[in-house]
Ligand binder design. Structure first.
Ligand SMILES: Cc1ncc(C[n+]2csc(CCOP(=O)(O)OP(=O)(O)O)c2C)c(N)n1
Ligand SMILES: [Mg+2]
Length: 367
């Protein structure tokens, strides 16, 4: 019997998918004065809570890993304004995402302090902030590992007939990981309602972007799988809100997921133990000067909406009090009961119909 002929190679470029840019115009009306004030308040809250978290860390009230989101607040807050009822999943730099999605400052701070009143009962810690009630599906420590989970969340949402997307946040470093590529491939194949958001902050730990990848426009990762994409600056919270809203609309329309690369910058080291000595001199200062999202929004409130400085200062003072209240709450809360150490770690005992079936016994030990 002769073997079937091998398929002939396609002519060069025959299968190269077109570059699908997100062409939808901004779908939302511009922010009103009060809406923008609310976004500003939220960004200040994220920053103040994390500044206090940094202080608590140096006092050893917070142990383990702690990755701060300071500098990137406009991404999570802008995205939340467009997807407040949707599912979110994020990596380990997620305190800000959780608060933007609706987890209280108290619940986040208590989780960081390892207290039982934390949103993961004090047993998750910094990298495992989670709250199903607000559809925040975690906090994940394995770089790129949660990106395929976003597909599962989106698949479930669609199967249940929900009108919701899964918004998946990850870093530029994660966009070089195997699971990221696999997830993108399948998400497009199945036209899943996912909005992938690559927060390009230019560093993966101490490695700058140009030393991680030959292609530094991370949105181009979408092209190879035929996915719709857009690259945008993330400093302007209103712009983030509009483009995430456009991506959401596209993803829900059945035309497939979207990859947004949102350009941003982190002001602190990778984690609390990183003094970030690897940055070129002056880079951090230049970023803060030109593109601090809090300062830009404050300026827009004053110049476009005529909000006076006293109003803004009062708002900041109110947020300071809320952040301090979160600290006090965390400090005064009890630690988890040590007898519950293994709760939520392993799957519960089998309760299904298989429960009566004895587990196969292990081989008797030879004596
Ligand atoms: C699979 C895996 N490899 C390595 C690490 C160690 N690690 C933790 S964070 C990180 C950098 C990730 O950078 P990026 O995705 O850009 O996110 P950012 O920290 O900038 O938010 C690395 C390599 C890890 N947690 N998981
Ligand atoms: Mg990064």
């Amino acid at each position: 019997m002769t073997a079937p002929p091998l398929p002939t190679a396609a002519p060069p470029d025959a299968d190269v998918p077109p570059d699908r840019l997100l062409t939808l115009p901004d779908p939302l009306p511009p922010c009103t004065r009060d809406e923008l004030l609310a976004l500003y308040r939220q960004m200040v809250l994220l920053r103040r809570v994390e500044e206090l978290a940094a202080k608590a860390y140096t006092q050893r009230r917070i142990l383990g890993f702690c990755h701060l989101y300071i500098g990137q607040e406009s991404v999570a807050v802008g995205a939340a304004a467009a997807t407040s009822d949707d599912y979110w999943i994020a990596a380990y730099r997620e305190h800000g995402h959780a608060m933007a999605k609706g987890v209280s400052a108290r619940a986040v701070m208590a989780e960081l302090f390892g207290k039982v009143t934390g949103c993961s009962k004090g047993q998750g810690g910094s990298m495992h902030i989670y709250d199903r009630d607000v559809r925040f599906m975690g906090g994940h420590g394995i770089v790129g590992g949660h990106v395929p989970l976003a597909n599962g969340v989106a698949w479930a949402a669609r199967a249940r007939g929900e009108d919701r997307v899964c918004v998946c946040f990850f870093g530029d470093g994660a966009a070089n990981q195997g699971p990221f590529f696999e997830a993108l491939c399948l998400a497009e194949l199945y036209k899943l309602p996912v909005v992938f958001i690559c927060e390009n902050n230019f560093y993966a730990m101490g490695t700058p972007l140009h030393r991680q990848s030959a292609v530094t426009d991370m949105s181009l990762r979408a092209r190879g799988v035929g996915m719709t994409r857009e690259q945008l600056d993330g400093w302007d919270v209103e712009h983030v809100r509009q483009r995430v809203a456009a991506a959401r609309r596209h993803a829900l329309s059945g035309q497939g997921p979207v990859l947004l690369e949102i350009v941003t910058y982190r002001y602190r080291g990778h984690s609390m133990s990183d003094p970030a000595k690897y940055r070129p001199e002056g880079e951090l200062e230049a970023r803060k000067e030109k593109s601090d999202p809090l300062q830009l929004t404050r300026r827009a409130l004053a110049e476009v909406h005529g909000v006076d400085a006293a109003t803004l200062d009062a708002l900041v003072a109110e947020v300071d009090a809320e952040a301090q209240d979160a600290w006090d709450f965390a400090e005064q809360s009890p630690i988890p009961d040590p007898t519950q150490l293994y709760d939520y770690v392993y799957a519960p005992q089998r309760t299904s119909m298989l429960a009566d079936t004895p587990l196969p016994s292990s081989r008797p030990r030879e004596t």
